[in-house]
Design a protein around this ligand. Structure first.
Ligand code: ACM
Length: 545
């Protein structure tokens, strides 16, 4: 049946089926309302079947926390576990919690074939489920995708579409990178200029790093708080948590362009800065004054009202220190706080906001640089520069999301040929992603248990339209989904890539039905080729540390 991600145990007989037709019914017990609604809507759209409720339905959803807890190695994952039992008259979907009910419903859709993924009813009969049983539970509790809405704005319908795509792969975290040097996307009511001035740039650099060519057309957009509330609710119905990221104290030129007093005004004329039009890392960073801390507390207050997630991502990566070195105000601040230098100032700022979040019942997560400044125990780390940050964090007792750029940065190219659109970074194929192991061998218990999951990061400097995002995300995200969900051999050399590739063939038919512009196995489509766009030469992947 080409199930992706592979369930823990599958016993199906494709020759004996439970037919579905106009008389088929669907009903769910308490806690499965969202999954029931989703299944009726999606299957209805694809098949034309109404699937009305009934007392003894053909498809039944229910929760059974004890059943799931028995199956799951980690109690925290039990709500996501599920079992599907399909007999000649009924299909019973039993789950540990509402999210598990959704994953069961997703698997059921896969069992109906790729046509069940279409958005318009197909005039066909013969819809049927194979008889048998599936039991399933995730390996990790954090299975995510970062979408970078700052480098290129993704309109709200695209975010909703991505929630659907994540859910179809049993991924459960959408990490939204909402702010960066090149754009601020989150409406903050008390600071209206963040989106009025900070969400638009005059132009965008073409290609990588050459700083020679720009496209000379403005780019921008932002989400209202209501847009994001809608996104959060839509995601929650599908078992997905949206984790917002406000990146600081670096990657903040767009905010400084909107409110120049946030920058290092004693060394640069921040009033003359615009939203950045280049790629890379801007040298313009926040100052460390009380007023700037208070400003960002105001931002975060509104953020917490929109996003109920336990974790709030505060970035903390790539903060150039040139301005702080040159700034008398920054130097005075370092002295006043008794810090050893600029590096410690960054750590002090992150710790400040970590405490601020903890006081409000939330947890800080940040890029692995935040570890360098010392962290509160409950803070977590996204390990992006390789494994080493995650390993150090796990050994120090922090929870870790493994997302090393060497494996799971989906902006990187998928092949070395001249047809590949803008050759970012180094080649990473779907097979490379499939062989990515989130828990490195040097991490044994209890450190290994601190790795709560993994995510792919899709930076969008060169993905300036949704189909470019699709092209980079798929099929690699399907491979990441299996790495995150399924119990694959820990030794990457023992992973069955040919077996996955074969299932992927069937899975691509599902993505076709959903209209996903994935990178086809034979290479890019003509519209995806951009000859002549300067890129960075391939120098092979950096060493994985
Ligand atoms: C990052 O790629 N700077 C997190």
């Amino acid at each position: 049946m080409d199930l992706i991600p592979a369930p823990s145990a599958v016993r199906l007989d494709p020759h004996r089926t439970l037919p579905l037709g106009p008389d088929s019914t669907l009903a769910g017990g308490p806690g499965t309302e969202a999954a029931e609604r989703w299944l009726r809507t999606e299957l209805g759209a694809a098949t034309g079947l109404a699937l009305p409720r009934a007392d003894r339905p053909v498809i039944e959803l229910r929760l059974s926390p004890s059943l799931a807890a028995g199956r799951c190695p980690h109690a925290a994952l039990a709500p996501e576990a599920y079992r599907i039992a399909i007999g000649p008259e009924r299909a019973q979907l039993t789950a540990g919690g509402p999210a598990g009910a959704h994953w069961a419903a997703q698997t059921l859709r896969q069992l109906l074939g790729p046509e069940a993924f279409r958005r318009a009813p197909l005039r066909r009969t013969g819809w049927a489920l194979p008889l048998g049983e599936i039991t399933d539970a995730p390996r990790f509790g954090w299975r995510g995708l970062l979408l970078d809405t700052a480098r290129h704005f993704l309109p709200k319908p695209e975010l909703l579409r991505y929630v659907d795509l994540l859910a179809a792969h049993k991924l459960n975290v959408l990490h939204l990178h909402l702010t960066d040097d090149q754009g601020w996307r989150f409406e903050v009511k008390r600071y209206p200029k963040l989106v009025e001035a900070g969400s638009w740039r005059t132009r965008s650099m073409v290609g990588f790093r050459d700083g020679q060519r720009w496209d000379d057309r403005p780019h921008g957009g932002h989400y209202t708080q209501d847009d994001l509330r809608e996104l959060v609710a839509y995601a929650a119905d599908r078992g997905i948590t949206v984790v917002p990221e406000i990146d600081l104290p670096g990657h903040t030129q767009a905010a400084i362009a909107a409110y120049p007093e946030l920058g290092n005004t004693d060394v640069v004329d921040t009033a003359a800065l615009g939203v950045w039009t280049d790629w890379g890392v801007s040298s313009h960073v926040l100052n460390a004054s009380d007023a700037t801390l208070a400003f960002f507390e105001g931002v975060l207050e509104e953020l917490l009202e929109v996003f109920p997630s336990e974790f709030v991502h505060l970035g903390g990566d790539e903060c150039p220190k040139d301005e702080w070195r040159a700034s008398p105000a920054a130097q005075a601040r370092i002295k006043e706080l008794g810090l050893a230098g600029e590096e410690e100032l960054q750590g002090w700022m992150i710790r400040h906001f970590g405490r601020w979040l903890a006081d409000r019942g939330r947890r800080l997560i940040g890029w692995d640089e935040i570890l360098e400044g010392g962290l509160a125990p409950q803070a977590a780390v996204s390990s992006w520069r390789g494994y080493f940050g995650g390993v150090a964090a796990a050994r120090a007792g922090h929870q870790v999301v493994m997302c090393p750029e060497q494996y799971v940065y989906l902006d990187h190219r998928q092949a070395d040929g001249p047809d590949e659109p803008i050759p970012v970074g180094f080649v990473r194929t779907a097979a490379d992603v499939y062989r990515f192991e989130p828990v490195p061998p040097e991490l044994d218990e209890p450190g290994a248990r601190q790795v709560i999951g993994t995510q792919a990061n899709l930076w969008t400097e060169f993905a300036d339209q949704p189909r470019d995002v699709d092209f980079r995300a798929f099929p690699r995200l399907a491979a990441l989904a299996e790495v995150a969900w399924s119990e694959l051999p820990r030794d990457p050399a023992r992973r069955d890539w040919p077996g996955f590739e074969q299932r992927l063939g069937g899975h691509l038919a599902r993505l076709d039905a959903l209209g996903v512009a994935y990178r086809p196995p034979a290479g890019p489509h003509p519209w995806q080729r951009r000859p002549g766009v300067p890129g960075r030469p391939s120098d092979g992947p950096p060493p994985v540390r």
